[in-house]
Ligand binder design. Structure first.
Ligand code: ADP
Ligand code: MG
Length: 270
């Protein structure tokens, strides 16, 4: 709740691999945190705009987007929109964002544009408790902007072969951002997605991840669940689409685990 601190807790959902559950986790974690009584903003910074579509933002609702906020300096009041979920707002994205990296490349503050946009005084009136950043599947300048703007990174890890390989590249990038632009950047955690013990690799990836990353791996795992994949086509989080499904139950547990960590911060400095 907003009494915890005056500033929203900003979490980036990042992994340069596509299809690992960044967007699904962004939408459903956002809905879970909102259900707990928080005011939540989801910022879509993937030009594919999947989290915008998954929350039912129609093309006509995307005239002004995260591109306008980040590249053009639009004010939050022009881009923050309500969603069908109470206490959940979104800044949508569309294909405009695909040229953003090139457009901002020569700017001196190119890595700080999202940071400065989210920390401007005009954001204060919304009194957000959490801001989630749904990153594109790359370590592009947009992802760097998210790592510079956020307090912590939550890394969705799909339980499949090579899952851990990509992680070391991401960890190096996080280390670079810490050294250069955001010294207090924390790792919120690694969340195992599409978890399915009928697949032998799931247990193996989990064992490897917990052995090498320890406490950083969230206790909550997200099961592979068809309701989770159906929900976006109904423009809803799975928490509203099928509130008692395994996927919805898991995302509620993840929201609680993250909210609890915020109240009792543990050592997640890795
Ligand atoms: P990313 O944003 O990392 O590219 P997505 O969140 O879009 O990944 O997920 C990739 C695909 O996997 C989507 O089709 C999504 O519906 C599906 N998916 C994600 N999580 C689950 C899950 N827990 N159960 C079933 N399908 C899932
Ligand atoms: Mg995505």
């Amino acid at each position: 709740m907003h009494t915890l601190s005056d500033q929203p807790h900003i979490i980036a959902l990042a992994n340069q691999k596509g299809g690992v559950g960044k967007t699904t986790t962004a939408i459903n974690l956002a809905a879970g945190l909102a259900e707990l009584g928080n005011r939540v903003l989801l910022v879509d910074i993937d030009p594919q705009g999947n989290s915008s579509t998954g929350l039912g933002v129609r093309p006509e609702g995307r005239k002004l987007t995260s591109y306008d906020l980040i590249v053009e300096g639009a004010v939050p009041q022009d881009v923050v929109r309500p969603t069908g979920v109470p206490s959940l707002w979104i800044i949508p994205a569309n294909a405009d964002l695909s040229s953003a990296d090139l457009e901002i490349m020569s700017r001196e503050k190119r890595s700080f544009l999202l940071h400065d946009a989210l920390h401007q005084p005009l954001m204060d009136e919304y009194q957000f408790d959490y801001i989630l950043l749904d990153c594109p599947p790359s370590l592009s300048l947009m992802t760097i902007n998210a790592l510079v703007a956020c307090d912590s990174v939550l890394v969705p890890l799909q339980c499949e072969f090579f899952a851990l390989e990509g992680l070391s590249q991401l960890m190096l990038t996080i280390r670079d951002v810490r050294r250069s632009a955001n010294p207090s950047l924390r790792i919120e955690g690694i969340v195992l997605t599409m978890y399915d013990l009928r697949n032998k690799l799931t247990a193996q990836v989990e064992a490897d991840a917990r052995a090498t990353m320890g406490e950083l791996v969230m206790k909550t795992t997200i099961p592979r669940n068809v309701r989770v994949s159906e929900a976006p086509s109904h423009a809803m989080p799975v928490l509203t689409y099928e509130p008692l499904s395994k996927g919805a139950v898991a995302y509620r547990a993840l929201a609680k685990e993250i909210a609890l960590r915020r109240k009792n911060p543990m050592l997640t400095e890795a």
